[in-house]
Design a protein around this ligand. Structure first.
Ligand code: NAD
Ligand code: TYD
Length: 351
């Protein structure tokens, strides 16, 4: 029976993860979702689990040490899955500071509190013994490895070389996680995943933004030449991979997660236009993102061979489900794109 702290569970991947594990992947005694509900958090994503007696929502900040301590002492977690983050590269280009505080200080706060609650002799600095069965899992990103040229893939041994304030903050957080394992022996894993897509993704990211604009017959803003490549993974496959790492990952190890689905951005945009019955005249090439990483590609052989995980969805199946979900949830899209989203869009893309 697990007692899990999930952070950032009101966001895109976190909410999918909560749905996924409460459906029965693990025997869950208790799941606390700690989320600040920033612009990216949406409790509507979790309305169907609100009545589940195992689920508790706490509105709060992962940087708030007192709150995190209170939650650990009240709920006696044995597992932490840390999703909470500022997650959008374009926002990090214009407003880097919050990325450093949320992503790095937030991670360090959680690690520190987990260490003090899980360590058998918390006051003995030489002791490396922790309660049995505890684990801290850091949800990281392939972006920490930087950009690839036309060939090659990221393995877990690829040196970190982040290019955006977002990826630099995630790399900084990964280094702190690594240090807590090396210095204190804290049982940790880091997962580094490629671009996710699926239900509940906020329409600042490529796929939901393009779907939203298509449905409104608005221009589709493609950065630069549109030939940047991302390695797409359906979000439920990310959730199953995290569960495999929680269950079978060796403490201290990093696992890359990817679905071997490299696509150029323009291919994705054309596929969406075609699926939604719109014409290519909506494509609008705009000025490129500063420091734009050209290509990401994940070598997933470690997690597939060592933990026996593999993605369940082909790219075609995942995209079909995703497009259907957004078509069926146009009210959700309307609500998340009203208000602050309008000024965000204006600021990023102009009129
Ligand atoms: P998201 O932006 O959709 O959600 C982030 C969530 O964190 C939101 O609910 C937000 O309210 C919450 N949050 C932000 N600051 C907080 C704070 N200080 N305290 C508590 N909660 C806070 O992000 P996502 O796309 O679901 O990504 C989740 C994680 O996965 C992130 O760590 C991200 O770096 C990583 N990741 C994402 C992708 C992707 O394609 N989306 C790929 C690889 C890794
Ligand atoms: P995004 O979804 O922001 O994810 P990331 O930057 O973390 O990979 O962007 C995916 C790709 O799509 C990236 O190469 C940037 C590009 N992109 C556009 O061309 N136009 C857009 O409006 C957005 C949001 C992204």
């Amino acid at each position: 029976m697990k007692r899990i702290l999930v952070t950032g569970g009101a966001g895109f991947i976190g909410s999918n993860f909560i749905h996924y594990i409460l459906k029965g992947y693990f025997n869950i005694e208790l799941l606390v979702n700690l989320d600040l509900v920033t612009y990216a958090g949406n409790l509507e994503n979790l309305s169907s689990v609100e009545g589940d007696s195992r689920y508790i929502f706490v509105k709060g900040d992962v940087r708030d040490r007192k709150l995190v301590q209170k939650l650990f002492s009240e709920y006696e977690f044995d597992t932490v899955v840390h999703f909470a983050a500022e997650s959008h590269v374009d926002r990090s280009v214009v407003e880097p500071e919050i990325f450093l505080t949320t992503n790095i200080i937030g991670t360090q706060t959680l690690l520190d509190v987990a260490k003090s609650y899980w360590k058998i002799e918390p006051d003995n600095k030489y002791s490396r013994e922790f309660k049995s069965g505890v684990k801290y899992l850091q949800v990281s990103t392939d972006e920490v490895y930087g950009a690839l040229g036309t060939t090659g893939m990221f393995t877990e041994l690829t040196p970190l070389s982040p290019n955006s304030p977002y990826s630099a903050s995630k790399a900084g957080a990964d280094m702190i996680v690594r240090a807590y394992h090396e210095t204190y022996g804290l049982p940790v894993n880091i997962t580094r995943c490629s671009n996710n897509y699926g239900p509940y993704q906020f329409p600042e990211k490529l796929i939901p933004l393009m779907i939203h604009n298509c449905l409104e017959n608005r221009p589709l803003p493609v950065y630069g030449d549109g030939m940047q490549v991302r390695d797409w993974l359906y979000v439920e496959d990310h959730c199953s991979a995290i569960c495999a790492v929680l269950e079978r990952g060796t403490a201290g190890e990093v696992y890359n997660i990817g679905g071997n689905n490299e696509k150029a951005n323009i291919q994705i945009v054309r596929l969406l236009l075609h699926s939604l019955g719109k014409g290519e005249e909506l494509i609008t090439y705009v000025k490129d993102r500063p420091g734009h990483d050209r290509r990401y590609a994940i070598d997933n052989s470690k997690i597939t061979s060592q933990l026996g995980w593999k993605p369940a969805y082909s790219f075609e199946q995942g995209m079909e489900q995703t497009i259907r979900w957004y078509l069926d949830h146009q009210k959700w899209m309307e609500r998340v794109t009203s208000g602050a989203y309008q000024s965000y869009y204006q600021r990023m893309y102009g009129k």
